[in-house]
Design a protein around this ligand. Structure first.
Ligand code: PCA
Length: 327
């Protein structure tokens, strides 16, 4: 009887020590992101990190570094690949020059509504997973930005009105649009966009209501043409070796929280699209429906770009577009 009591006490002690040991063995991951802390993508990342910490019983702590504070937007992918960061958020379209399929969701009018954009995501996902796996990474989830429109200082009726304007690009495709309409492209990532407007480096760009609001674009530019041209995606990617080093329960916690962030992110993106547009209006932005001419001009730009993209992307690109069209 006495012996049993002692062994029970021993077990309790060992369990307590195990508990302490597992707290000491907490794994820490850094998650570099390129957009501000109050952006909906970043808020989603923070919630994801909280969910992981809770579901893993504190075994994995993920710190979100917003606003390109740890790595600049174009550096995040390589940082995750090299293991300097275990997980990170990238704008897929930024990496189109490396592999054309990263830029499929940055093409004007291929998928220009939430419904189509989600279909494109479904079609794109197996291709992305395979490519990232070859690079030692895992795609956790991806969420679309709201539809892209044209911020411009003066009213425009056609693409010809954009000739010569200093145009901010955030990706190879947004630079190509500038070339096709005769604007002057300058690549500026979101973290430097407010400053680029304040110093007059740029006077026009295409993006969402979300980024227009985040960067206080209304202080410099008064028109936004709601072209709804495409919905580029942010993707959250993990270093495969870092993921493989987690225990089974923690892996499960990451995958579950990632799937939740995926579903939540798409919902929030769509819900906030209208809110951002209202906030822009409230701050003096004119939200304009594009003229038939401007629409036709931009559609033509999109047709040229899809043709160019298909040429560069080859059979893989065609397979993606075919898969998308079947959905
Ligand atoms: N905002 C990001 C990418 C797309 C978007 O809506 C940006 O302008 O940098």
């Amino acid at each position: 009887m006495k012996r049993r009591l002692i062994s029970k006490a021993l077990i309790t002690t060992v369990l307590a020590m195990g508990g302490i040991a597992s707290v000491q063995a907490q794994t820490k991951w850094d998650l570099p992101a390129a957009y501000p802390a109050n952006n909906f993508h970043t808020e989603n990342l923070v919630q994801f990190a909280n969910d992981v910490e809770k579901a893993s019983g504190g075994k994995l702590k993920i710190t979100v570094h917003a606003n390109a504070s740890l790595f600049k937007a174009p550096e995040i992918k390589r940082a995750v690949q090299g293991g300097q960061a275990q997980i990170g958020e990238i704008l897929l379209a930024n990496f189109q020059n490396e592999w054309q399929l990263f830029g499929a969701d940055g093409l004007p009018f291929l998928a220009d509504s939430y419904e189509e954009s989600f279909k494109l995501y479904k079609a794109q996902r197996p291709f992305l997973e395979k490519k990232l796996a070859e690079q030692g990474m895992i795609l956790l989830y991806a969420v679309a930005w709201p539809p892209q429109g044209i911020y411009v200082k003066k009213p425009i009726n056609s693409a010809a009105d954009l000739k010569g304007v200093k145009w901010r690009a955030y990706s190879p495709s947004t630079a190509r649009i500038a070339e096709l309409v005769g604007a002057q492209p300058v690549t500026v990532q979101a973290a430097e966009l407010s400053q680029a407007m304040a110093t007059g480096v740029i006077e026009s760009y295409m993006s969402s209501g979300s980024t227009g609001y985040d960067t206080k674009t209304y202080e410099h530019i008064k028109y936004w043409y709601d072209t709804q041209a495409w919905l580029p995606k942010n993707a959250v990617i993990m270093n495969k070796a870092a993921f493989d080093a987690l225990d089974a329960g923690t892996k499960q916690a990451v995958l579950k929280a990632g799937a939740d962030a995926d579903a939540r992110g798409w919902k929030v993106s769509q819900a906030k699209n209208g809110e951002y547009i209202d906030l822009l209006k409230k701050n003096g932005m004119n939200i304009v429906t594009p003229s038939a001419q401007l629409k036709a001009d931009m559609k033509k730009v999109g047709d040229v770009m899809l043709k160019e993209w298909l040429e560069k992307a080859g059979p893989e690109g065609k397979a993606l577009v075919d898969a998308y069209n079947k959905l």
